[in-house]
Write a protein that binds this ligand. Structure first.
Ligand code: NOJ
Length: 745
């Protein structure tokens, strides 16, 4: 049943040294080898240390002067970075420059939407541009290394860090991983994280255990890392979790077999914050010295904050438990990154710091926030039209400069945020007779309903109500996991009260994850899901609600109806007993009903299996009609195809549509997902016009990881099965009506 073209893993560990010895040395290698040959063991170990930011200023300077630091962390500002850099360059024996690192996650000063929101744009080009502008702002203040992008494929919205990644799909996340990397570099080094499997944590709890079979690891979780590495990512970060019992910092298979041998990457591998010393609480090592040994043996190259390399590596070398060659390999990686960043030639940053928030940055932030917003429902109220509308703006997120920035914002200044309320009141818009603002609740978790009476009265007098709800920034991100995905505080009650007035309510949700808002979606006349949109969230929302811009975002993650459905993702298996609707919900099962009388398929008793909104979903102010998908062979022998379909804008608005290509394998060596995204394109289609969208499809795109077991030995390999596939082009992951088929022989 297997196609001739089997894409096997080529293990290069034996061949590479031979290859290297025959290759002429590059200028970069000569420079690094020469430097390395002049370094003492202590200086080498110093390079592997990313300075613990909690040391006091004097101690930091002393450690740098003693050559015990390779990178500083969380030092911002040209003057501050230069001061430490001068010590490294001018007061140490070899003058090796430092590299200043920082979590610059979705913007530096100008804050762009959270990455999950960015993914809703399905526009890697724009994300690349945002990353480039971010890198320029950060580099101007001395930062040359960002701990971004986070490319963990996340299928569980309880996990707070779903906000930081590009959603649940491997292909989509890979596109953004490469785009962000290209954008940051070469201005600052990207660091792809968290290597690997971090997002599959049990129960959606951060730092938690993950169990991922090797084939699934390679099919689902590793490709975005590979995409970033192929785009030239200069570094990666280990993850905190244990993966099948082995924490990443001690995982030789991940860090050496896969990263170095299979992928042939020379990117620097840094630990996460103390993830090396965490091997002790993990229960893998009895003490920190053993942890240092396990980490260096697994080629965790730089130690972020943990101090295990500075404290124990020299001793381990003296005891001959670690060779100097092992240390040299790690030092090479950090020197290489510094070399590629140009730090040896230009260690200092100009202290004439340009103003951040350039016109281009603010325009890009607005555009990305617009494209990150998903129109989930519209009964015709949007865009707001008419004259002399009496507008009520309410809800705890309407005017929150800090909260709209989202998680992981160290350098963005809330004072620079433009809130939705700012944007509406600043606009001279004849549509509105007046704009009244009554938050009703002070913050998203607020349970104080004492202002609801006044709110109801104001709502009665309004023609349209804009209800800004969601989550404060602190409720998503690292260590911010939730067991309940409902709107926090009294926001649901607030919506009940607003809906009871009978006035049209437009709900705008600003959150770090998909929330279970089914009831509110039913109550609202329109729903716009914006995630945390960043500095320019306000103008973007204003533009979308008033029709200056047409919504085009699509869900990068499935929205569950209730938390008990989680994990719920679009590319699941069908099972042998698929069910789309429960035959009977819990309250309608007759008392004493015989055990097997209500059907045996895969369902819950409380909710249909379908999500609230599927992956890839989003509305527009216009409508699109898709033609039948047509699959045409382009090279029969090689099984290459072209998949195409027409998309017509049948409405009245010129607009972008995110057109998506899906496949389903109907038989094969293993069970395959019910649908898989294989391509997408944002296409601009003027009203009334038709475009033909084309996607090439080659057998490599249909390959997946197989496992062969022989006498207790297991080998994994990538192969495309000989099989029949359904192929279709659609507006979201749920539509499958117009599929064609293709056969891989
Ligand atoms: C821990 C987080 O897991 C990681 O993503 C971050 O970059 C580091 N801390 C540094 O702040």
């Amino acid at each position: 049943m297997r196609n001739n073209a089997i894409f096997r893993i080529i293990v290069l560990s034996v061949m590479l040294p031979v290859f290297w010895s025959c290759t002429p040395q590059s200028e970069e290698d000569r420079f690094i080898d020469d430097l390395l040959s002049r370094m003492t063991l202590e200086e080498k170990i110093g390079q592997l240390n990313q300075l613990d930011p909690s040391w006091d200023a004097e101690m930091k300077e002393q450690l740098i002067r003693e050559g015990k630091v390779g990178s500083v962390f969380n030092i911002v500002g040209a003057k501050q970075v230069n001061r430490l850099q001068r010590i490294a360059v001018e007061q140490t024996r070899l003058g090796i420059p430092l590299v200043a690192a920082r979590d610059v996650i979705h913007g530096f000063r100008t804050i762009y939407p959270i990455p999950l929101g960015q993914a809703a744009s399905w526009n890697p080009g724009l994300v690349e541009q945002a990353a480039r502008l971010t890198a320029e702002e950060a580099a101007a203040e001395g930062i040359r290394w960002t701990f971004s992008p986070m490319v963990d494929v996340a299928r569980d919205p309880r996990w707070g860090r779903i906000a930081e990644g590009y959603g649940e799909d491997t292909y989509l996340a890979s596109s953004f991983a490469a785009a962000a990397t290209r954008g940051y570099q070469p201005t600052i080094a990207a660091c792809v994280k968290h290597f690997a499997g971090y997002s599959a944590s049990e129960g959606g709890r951060d730092y938690n255990t993950t169990w991922i079979p090797e084939t699934q690891l390679r099919d689902v979780y590793l490709p975005p890392f590979k995409a970033a590495i192929d785009a030239g990512a200069m570094s990666l970060m280990c993850s905190f979790n244990d993966l099948n019992g082995l924490p990443s910092s001690a995982n030789h298979h991940l860090n050496v077999d896969i990263l170095r041998h299979e992928w042939q990457s020379d990117a620097l591998l840094v630990s996460d914050w103390g993830s090396g010393s965490d091997l002790v609480p993990h229960g893998l090592c009895a003490d920190k010295k053993e942890a240092a040994l396990r980490c260096i043996n697994a080629r965790m190259e730089m130690d972020m904050q943990g101090n295990i390399y500075t404290d124990y590596l020299a001793e381990l070398v003296r005891e001959k438990k670690v060779s100097e060659k092992q240390i040299d390999d790690c030092v090479r990686s950090i020197l290489r990154m510094k070399y590629r960043l140009g730090l040896f030639d230009h260690p200092y940053v100009s202290e004439d710091t340009p103003e951040p928030y350039s016109e281009q940055a603010l325009a890009t932030a607005t555009q990305l926030a617009e494209q990150s917003a998903i129109l989930l429902k519209n009964n015709g109220i949007l865009p707001l039209q008419g004259n002399n509308l009496r507008l009520l703006i309410c809800g705890p997120m309407a005017d929150q400069r800090k909260e709209q920035l989202g998680t992981w914002v160290f350098d963005g200044e809330p004072a620079r945020s433009v809130t939705p309320y700012d944007a509406f009141r600043r606009a001279t818009d004849s549509r509105f007779a007046y704009i009244r603002m009554l938050p009703g609740l002070s913050y998203s978790r607020d349970k104080n309903t004492s202002r609801f009476k006044e709110l109801e009265q104001a709502a009665q007098q309004a023609d349209v109500i804009l209800f800004f709800c969601g989550e404060e920034a602190i409720l998503s991100g690292e260590a911010r996991c939730r067991a309940d995905l409902n709107l926090p505080g009294a926001q649901a009650q607030m919506m009940d009260r607003l809906a009871a007035t009978g006035k049209p309510v437009v709900m705008v949700v600003m959150a770090g994850r998909p929330l279970t808002i089914g009831r509110q979606v039913e109550q609202a006349d329109a729903v716009l899901y914006t995630f945390h949109g960043g500095t320019m969230a306000g103008p973007a929302i204003y533009n979308l609600l008033t029709g200056k811009t047409v919504p085009s975002g699509k869900t990068p993650v499935t929205f569950p109806k209730m938390v008990g459905q989680v994990p719920l993702y679009y590319n699941r298996h069908n099972t042998g007993r698929p069910s789309y609707d429960p035959p009977m919900l819990i309250d309608s099962i007759p008392i004493g009903c015989p055990q097997f009388s209500i059907g045996q398929s895969s369902y819950w008793l409380e909710t249909p299996t379908e999500p609230l909104f599927p992956f890839g979903y989003g509305l527009s102010y216009t409508t699109f009609e898709y033609g039948k998908t047509v699959v045409t062979p382009t090279d029969g022998q090689k099984n290459n195809y072209l998949v195409s379909c027409t998309v017509t804008n049948t409405g009245e608005w010129d607009a972008y549509e995110v057109v998506q290509l899906y496949t389903r394998q109907l038989s094969g060596d293993l069970v395959r997902p019910i649908r898989e995204l294989k391509g997408f394109e944002r296409v601009f289609i003027p009203a009334g016009e038709t475009r033909t969208v084309r996607f090439p499809l080659a057998p490599e795109q249909l390959a997946y990881w197989h496992e062969r077991k022989n006498d207790c030995q297991s080998t994994v390999y990538l192969a495309t099965d000989t099989a029949l596939f359904q192929v279709w082009i659609a507006p979201d992951s749920r539509c499958q009506a117009l599929a064609d088929t293709l056969c891989i022989r």
